[in-house]
Ligand binder design. Structure first.
Ligand code: 13P
Ligand code: SF4
Length: 303
């Protein structure tokens, strides 16, 4: 039996559902029941009716799924798949800002550990950050951990005052305007789409800025034929599926944008964790404090 058939059989036996983020390898996405961006995966985790969720992504995604769906078993195929940005903020820095401002909301990008979420008032993802921040009653916004997403949101919500932290995604952070310009010279008709984790300088080159899912929807709807895509190359699979038969073409930066942690989630590891029950995600100690901001995000994003 091939891997896909073995996984299908194990899924039935264990009443399991496989969720995958767009950044995991294409072969892993192909095995999943649902593929989506961080917001979709978090929302879906709450709604699923199954015994086991296999989360093909990085640890903060599996941890969020567990907190939002505590009665299910959540398996992470590679427990070392961890987003470096998810740790890039210190408690003392957050506390220092909280001590300085009265009318303050701490807004936490979902790419963060449960502990960091527990210091926050509300979570956001790249697809709902602008909307959620606009809905908040507070004037001052401490945005953690991603400085680039935080800066992007601050430009969209100029009526509020932002305090930014210094975290970043190593993959998006290393993209530079020169390589975007090189792609633009080679493909002058191409439309530039970018993830808001890119730097301010790179985002200035973009025609459209959005989450992975929003970029996929944009290229599917656009009349353009060529796109320069400034994010992790994993989105190529869904962009090609969504535009099948249209001849649309997608170009990525020369320093190949691969998230090494997402890349660890191979079909072999999905099979092994389903078969052996390995990689089970435990409930964090701070579950109550960390789930409240996640639930608040779901509520504000749905308004
Ligand atoms: P999305 O929320 O757009 O899926 O992004 C997740 C992520 O990790 C980006 O680096
Ligand atoms: Fe984290 Fe960047 Fe990988 Fe997204 S692409 S999971 S932000 S390291």
């Amino acid at each position: 039996m091939d891997i896909a058939a073995q996984i299908a059989q194990l899924k039935r036996e264990k009443d399991a559902v496989i969720l995958a983020h767009y950044y995991v390898p294409a072969e892993t996405q192909a095995l999943a029941d649902y593929v989506g961006d961080s917001f979709y995966l978090a929302r879906l985790a709450r709604e699923l009716d199954c015994s086991t969720i296999v989360l093909c992504g990085v640890s903060f995604m599996a941890e969020s799924a567990k907190m939002l769906n505590p009665t299910r078993t959540v398996l992470l195929p590679d427990v070392t798949a961890d987003c470096p940005m998810a740790h890039m903020v210190r408690k003392e820095d957050v506390d220092a800002v909280k001590a300085r401002y009265d009318d303050l909301a701490t807004v936490c990008y979902i790419n963060s550990t449960a502990e960091i979420k527990s210091w926050s008032d509300v979570c956001v993802t790249s697809s709902n950050a602008v909307k959620v921040v606009r809905e908040l009653p507070q004037h001052n916004i401490l945005f953690i951990p991603d400085m680039h997403l935080g800066h992007y949101v601050s430009l969209q919500v100029p009526e509020k005052s932002f305090i930014l932290n210094r975290g970043y995604c190593p993959i998006h952070h290393k993209m530079i305007p020169a390589e975007v310009e090189e792609l633009e010279m080679a493909h002058p008709e191409a439309v530039v789409v970018a993830h808001p984790e890119c730097t301010e300088e790179v985002l200035r080159e973009a025609d459209y800025i959005g989450s992975t899912k929003q970029m996929i929807d944009y290229v599917a709807k656009s009349d353009a034929k060529e796109f320069i895509v400034l994010t992790v190359e994993g989105v190529r699979r869904e962009m090609e599926l969504a535009t099948e038969g249209t001849g649309k073409r997608f170009y990525f930066t020369k320093t190949t944008p691969i998230c090494v942690n997402m890349a660890k989630v191979t079909p072999e590891k999905v099979l092994a964790c389903l078969r052996d029950g390995t990689g089970e995600v435990g409930m964090p100690d701070c579950v109550a404090e960390a789930t409240t901001p996640l639930e608040r995000m779901l509520e504000l994003a749905a308004r």
